[in-house]
Design a protein around this ligand. Structure first.
Ligand code: 5GP
Length: 221
């Protein structure tokens, strides 16, 4: 008897500086069968970022064309730049049975909730506000104005926490990765995600019925 469970995208979202990109990357690198959803963005590549690997880097007209062509499953403006998830980033890997991991902002996660009802949404919290600020400063790209903008966005994003399925605190990378894997594992065994559940149960009932009739007919009431 084969039981198939419907694959679902795993969305990691939370304020900038929570370390969700590091988490998402480590999760994909360390876990067989997991793959990363590569987003499209209008922002310029940072040092060491590769086109097609970290992001698909596009200009604004191309991004607008992707929206118009219905190529993006969600998109949002984050800190003045456009970011979006291509449908192709979910469909191909999903069909191959891979666990797709999305690293997106909270607005995007909410859109995913509305369009892909079987998606699994995990909110990533920083261990503390001071840790969040030091992670943002540590990037070396934050001036005072940019820091204030990111903190204000974080304040707004925290309101959405109850809309998520799970929350993890990213205080220790390995522990947090373990928690996320456990969440995915448990979620993949939800009865609602089992495609053949009713057939399986029916087949088992029929088999038990046959055994009862053939082997126990004389001794049951
Ligand atoms: P960064 O520019 O630092 O790589 O990302 C800025 C923010 O955009 C992060 O919170 C990141 O998770 C988010 N982001 C990256 N890709 C996407 C996407 O496809 N859609 C949405 N909505 N947000 C994204």
């Amino acid at each position: 008897m084969t039981r198939t469970f419907r694959r679902f995208p795993l969305v990691l979202a939370g304020p900038s500086g929570t370390g969700k990109t590091t988490l998402a990357r480590a999760l994909v690198e360390q876990t067989p069968g997991y793959c990363f959803s590569v987003s499209a963005t209008t922002r310029a590549p940072r040092q060491d970022e590769k086109d097609g690997v970290d992001y698909i880097f596009v200009d604004r007209p191309r991004f607008a064309a992707m929206i118009a062509a219905g190529e993006l499953v969600e998109w949002a403006e984050v800190h003045g730049q456009m970011y979006g998830t291509p449908i192709s980033a979910l469909e191909g890997p999903g069909a191959r049975g891979e666990q797709v991991v999305l690293d997106i902002d909270v607005q995007g996660a909410r859109q995913i909730r509305d369009t892909i009802d079987h998606a699994l949404l995990v909110f990533v919290l920083p261990p503390s506000v001071s840790e969040l600020m030091s992670r943002l400063t540590g990037r070396g790209t934050e001036n005072g104005r940019a820091m204030a903008r990111r903190l204000r966005t974080a304040m707004d994003e925290l309101v959405a926490l109850p809309d998520f399925d799970y929350v993890v605190v990213n205080d220790d990378l390995e522990r947090c990765l373990g928690e996320i894997r456990s969440i995915v594992q448990a979620e993949s065994r939800r009865t609602a995600r089992a495609e053949t559940l009713e057939d399986d149960a029916e087949a088992m009932r029929a088999e038990i019925g046959r055994i009862l009739q053939n082997e126990y007919a004389t001794i049951i009431d």
